[in-house]
Design a protein around this ligand. Structure first.
Ligand code: DAS
Length: 364
């Protein structure tokens, strides 16, 4: 017994002495440095996220573009735990009223802020109607790898189960997260992280309104970002377009394809000064036989013809429904008509050559 006791005592003494010497070696742990919060600027442009309805039951009947940016930020006090925020009211409009001039003004402001070393990321609150055009435009023209995140809402803040507050929180989390850098302009809606290129409004009355046929890039859940994909098309620093060199965009018109669509709309668009017509064709960008002659004449008059499709998913194949090589036409690939319009307008600031235009539609 005695021997075992001594063994235990010896082991305990050894343990105690080694513990004491370890404490002597380990300095008192420095207090964990609270990681500095990111500096995020919120640019407000209006939309439902700034909307107000008469009653909590009004989830779809309300006035957009009412609440100013400082109230939007104040309405989500948890934002202060995520980032150092300041707001700017760039516009206060419903986004269906965006114009090329407003797109360029917003783009120049975003580019200027992105150059500011004191700005780590930018959140843009925006109406949902044309959010996809703005997100695509910015991803094409702003030369930065800092996070730029667009966010909107489908219900005004006055409605029951409003979605704006959490969407804004997710957008700030995303903009403040270094892992968002270099992924192009992003869209934060309904917990999804969408690419600014692919995001589109696919439902006009529900909070899961936004999506992409190629899927979300990831998700924001409880203040954390989860990534599953990254964009492969050219964007931001890899783009040949630069907002600092753009002060105007040429007119581009969309003509919606349907049975008995006639030729008057395409002719009127060209007469009104359209430098390109986006044919939002049925099926795979199909063109009615009676429309082909009109579009070929407009091409001969110098108007670019770009075949997109009214069908939301898939992509238009070159030389499939129409002999694009023979007609000297361009195909919009997977871009929907409204995005094809944005890219065509930018491309035409660079070139009028059809082959160059087609290269641009393959690459962006
Ligand atoms: N009219 C819509 C807009 O401003 C409202 C919205 O959904 O944001 O885009």
């Amino acid at each position: 017994m005695f021997k075992i006791d001594r063994w235990i005592h010896a082991a305990a003494a050894l343990l105690l002495s080694s513990a004491l010497s370890a404490c002597a070696q380990t300095p008192a742990a420095a207090p964990a440095q609270a990681t500095a919060k990111a500096n995020i600027v919120v640019l407000a442009t209006g939309g439902t996220i700034a909307g107000a309805g008469a009653s909590a039951a009004n989830s779809a009947t309300y006035q957009a573009a009412k609440v100013p940016v400082d109230k939007l930020i104040a309405g989500v006090p948890e934002l202060a735990e995520v980032a150092n925020l300041r707001g700017e009211q760039v516009f206060q409009i419903a986004s269906e009223s965006f114009t090329n001039e407003k797109l360029i003004t917003l783009g120049k402001r975003v580019a200027a802020l992105a150059k500011d070393p004191g700005v780590d990321g930018i959140v843009i609150t925006h109406g949902t109607d044309t959010l996809e055009e703005t997100s695509f435009f910015l991803t094409l023209v702003v030369r930065t790898d800092k996070p730029i995140v667009l966010v909107g809402s489908m219900r005004p803040g006055t409605a029951m189960s409003a979605d704006g507050a959490l969407n804004l929180y997710d957008a700030v989390v995303l903009a403040a997260d270094k892992s968002s850098r270099g992924k192009g302009v992003l869209v934060a809606m309904n917990d999804d992280i969408l690419s600014g290129r692919d995001a589109s409004k696919r439902i006009n009355i529900k909070t899961n309104a936004f999506g992409s046929q190629w899927g979300a890039l990831g998700s924001v859940v409880e203040g954390k970002t989860y990534w599953f994909r990254a964009p492969v098309k050219r964007h931001t620093n890899d783009s040949e377009f630069d907002i600092e060199k753009i002060d105007a965009l040429p007119m581009v018109s969309i003509v919606y394809g349907s049975g008995e669509m006639g030729t008057a709309l395409a002719e009127a668009a060209a007469k009104a000064g359209a430098k390109a017509i986006i044919h939002a064709g049925t099926g795979n960008g199909s063109v009615p036989d009676y429309e082909v002659a009109t579009l070929r004449k407009l091409r001969a008059d110098g108007v670019q013809i770009i075949r997109s499709a009214r069908v939301p998913d898939g992509f238009v194949l070159r030389n499939s429904e129409q002999p694009d090589d023979k007609y000297d036409w361009v195909v919009a690939h997977d871009l929907n008509p409204q995005k094809a319009k944005i890219l065509a307008a930018l491309a035409l600031t660079k070139t009028g050559d059809t082959k160059e235009l087609q290269r641009i539609f393959w690459q962006y």
